[in-house]
Ligand binder design. Sequence first.
Ligand SMILES: *Cc1c(COP(=O)(O)O)cnc(C)c1O
Length: 416
Amino acid sequence: MPGSAATGATTETGAGTATDRQIARAEAYSAHNYHPLPVVIASAEGAWVTDVEGRRYLDMLAGYSALNFGHANPRLIAAAKAQLDRVTLTSRAFHHDRFAEFCAALAQLCGMEMVLPMNTGAEAVETAVKTARKWGYRIKGVPDGRAKIVVAADNFHGRTTTIVSFSTDPDARADFGPYTPGFTVVPYGDLAALEAAVDDDTVAVLLEPIQGEAGVLVPPPGYLSGVRALTTARNVLFIADEIQSGLGRTGRTFACEHESVVPDMYVLGKALGGGVVPVSAVVSSRSVLGVFRPGEHGSTFGGNPLACAVGLEVIAMLRTGEYQLRAAELGAHLHAELGTLTSSGAVTAVRGRGLWAGVDIAPSLGTGRAVTERLMTHGVLAKDTHGSTIRLAPPLVISKEDLDWALARLRTVLGV
Ligand SMILES: *Cc1c(COP(=O)(O)O)cnc(C)c1O
């Protein structure tokens, strides 16, 4: 309920509060690879979280889309609890009775034929890279060691050494070399640049259909369908990283659907684990994923019974179409409301689709980080990116009333 939110939440928690003690301990004992907002969450339900002081906040980030179905979704928690009492881990050395069911259901949801389950998003992207290279050598006939993958500038595909090798973000990349070769970076949304980069050794084009970390960048109309036409014509795999854009976020199951595009491979993660466990997967055709033989790729935890049980429930929920519809309807409302902020001058641009928005704040109003800190004191949790942008991506289960409450808080913080 908006009325019961902790409007008095403040960053000035005074020495010795539970919040201060937790943050000081985290800073002492954990690597500083994040700069979290000064809130310490103790429990959560739906779109709301409660901190260690009992203050409530509306979660407008939803774990970067890992929490599309909200915190502690009753269907997902029930599925996880039931599986906990049966069997949680077998390793892939043996079959288990949720595996086939999960893979079949996920392939069907994607309109594809085969699934290779992993855990984190980065592992799924690594799997996609390995699959594309092997497909290139075995099926396309690219000479050994020459396979090339074309990616977009400002991408975010994860944090492994190979993936940061083709990042253009200096923070993500610097000091982590030597880098994995075999990637060509072209500007996002530029079909001519992509076409010029594709050659006979190109095995794949790897893209986010909407770039999330870059600031929720939607490519120009016709870009994704152009990529599809180009990759088909040049016998190159079109790999869509839908880890953040997929599974309902944009108002469709996949963001590619907005341009009626079907890639050769979906890379999925985040929401696939229902906010309960890490579940990721590569989903493709038999002719592509069929390149793997036993021993050539794997994961101890990938496709484990708990992951499959939760993933199956996620798929069943997506099959109802209810969450995609909510994201489309509430998203239209969100974007209409955010549009009114641009006319006020407080916001210089708004991008996105469905319940997903990148909001560029007028520089005079402070950095994106400063705005998220002020939003926090007003009971709204959001995340900044690239200096002046804030990202809004609430759980798809958020009520219209709560969404309006968050927008009112944003107006207050921006002084409009
Ligand atoms: C989050 C994300 C990843 C990486 O997922 P992890 O689970 O953090 O490894 C990859 N691609 C995209 C588009 C993402 O948003």
